[in-house]
Design a binder for this molecule. Structure first.
Ligand code: HEM
Length: 415
């Protein structure tokens, strides 16, 4: 197939979601700066970048950013109907959708609160949560790794950090999924999806409003108190921004980490040598987590708007164009990684871009790394003879937050 005949990629279809890597390889080799289909009918297309070098270049370049209104007369590429104002204005306060100077202000405050010490302090609680989840299933001999473990763990951790009740997690998940469908999937959401996101927004707002008001009166040792205090001291974030930040942290710290734990375990089960090595050398876990993020990235793609005409790989990306940065492909680029399709938990040079790069580099990376390391080691420690029950995996319909809907595993019962 030549470059002129390669078909326009639609990365949002089930065939790509089921096995993105064979598509990525083809485009990386034949048309690495590719004008593909956009899920947004108001756009005639979107660029997709597949090479590591190009992806990292754009992530770090001020010529690309998040706020469509700066370069597009139609404002958002995917406009949110006016009826869904609560959702629209709440999400516009998420740092991940802002450019400097607002991004800098929002991030610097949360950065202070979201410190390495905080991550260290929460480690014993993560162990406790992982153990308690396995206590519930250990005598069953089988479980859905997603529902029974990978989903509850990160949401309980982030709820504990924020200082809200981890038992409210079914509600958080329903709300977080509704927001994610409307904001991050890049599929043009239907009115129904927007209505659910609006409802979820108000659910979250009511919930966190009460929590924030309580912290003003009675400070505690938690993230919400830290955000409220920072506000009291410097008046840098207004109430709406604190609310949006709590919701952002709960949502961002959740679906991503589920997919890291679930896909991490899947990759290990499909690579028995790596699994064996990790079982006998649990101290390799930190490197293994990095490799698992590279090998099957939980966030497969992030997007930007071009703020200027920029030439990349001989193509001119024009001001106002949408650009999909395919992290999952960049992390399998043979120009950057030796034997990129091999899972090597002792890989020496594993500087992947699974957490992004530049000013939006994942704020929760240290927490996610700690959660995944603890979760995988506890799973391997406590589940003898763990194995996949279904070779064929059912994938959630999302290429951005990429992961299995369910992952049935069996193991020897421990009574
Ligand atoms: C940003 C991935 C876990 C909070 C990002 C970005 C990526 C990413 C790729 C960059 C987005 C962009 O450039 O457009 C991941 C992965 C995770 C994970 C793979 C787990 C395996 C977490 C956790 C939290 C978190 C646990 C917090 C509790 C954030 C926030 C941002 C972000 C707040 C926005 C940062 C900014 O705009 O400055 N993450 N993330 N993430 N992540 Fe994560």
């Amino acid at each position: 197939m030549t470059i002129s005949t390669i078909e326009r990629l639609n990365p949002f279809i089930p065939e790509v979601i089921e096995d993105p890597y064979k598509f990525y390889r083809r485009y990386r080799e034949l048309d690495p700066v590719h004008w593909g289909l956009s899920a947004n009918p108001r756009l005639s297309g979107s660029w997709y970048l597949f090479r590591y070098e190009d992806v990292v270049h754009v992530l770090e370049s001020p010529k690309f950013g998040r706020e469509a209104a700066r370069v597009r007369e139609d404002g958002e590429g995917a406009p949110v109907p006016a009826a869904y104002k609560g959702f629209r204005s709440m999400v516009s306060n998420w740092m991940v959708f802002r450019d400097p100077p607002d991004h800098t202000r929002l991030r610097s405050l949360v950065n202070k609160v979201f410190s390495p010490r905080m991550v260290e302090n929460i480690r014993p609680a993560i162990f406790g949560i992982a153990d308690s989840l396995l206590d519930r299933v250990q005598n069953r001999g089988a479980m859905d790794l997603v529902e029974d473990f990978a989903f509850p763990l990160p949401v309980m951790v982030i709820a504990t950090l924020l200082g809200v009740d981890p038992q409210d997690r079914p509600m958080f998940r329903e709300w977080a999924l509704a927001l994610q469908h409307a904001s991050a999937s890049r599929l043009t959401p239907s009115p129904e999806v927007y209505a659910q996101a609006e409802q979820a927004t108000w659910g979250f707002i009511e919930y966190f409003k009460i929590a924030i008001a309580q912290r003003h009166l009675e400070p505690r040792q938690d993230l919400i108190t830290a955000l409220v205090k920072a506000q009291d001291e410097g008046n840098k974030l207004n109430d709406e921004e604190i609310l949006a930040t709590c919701i952002h942290l709960l949502t961002a710290g959740h679906e991503t980490t589920i997919n890291l734990i679930a896909k991490g375990m899947l990759a290990l089960l499909r690579n028995p040598d790596a699994l064996k090595l990790l079982r006998s050398h649990p101290e390799l876990i930190a490197g293994a987590v990095e490799e698992l993020i590279r090998y099957d990235s939980p966030v497969q793609m992030v997007t930007r708007w071009a703020f200027a005409d920029v030439e990349i790989g001989g193509k001119v990306i024009q001001r106002g164009d949408s650009v999909g940065l395919v992290l999952g492909s960049a992390n399998r680029d043979p120009a950057r990684f030796v034997n990129p399709d091999v899972l090597d938990i002792q890989r020496q040079d594993c500087k992947h871009c699974g957490f992004g790069s530049g000013i939006h580099f994942c704020l929760g990376a240290a927490l996610a790394r700690a959660e995944a390391a603890i979760a995988l080691n506890v799973l391997l420690n406590r589940l003898p003879e763990v194995r996949l029950l279904n070779e064929k995996v059912e994938w959630a319909n999302n290429i951005v937050f990429h992961g299995p809907k369910h992952l049935r595993v069996g193991f020897r019962k421990v009574m």
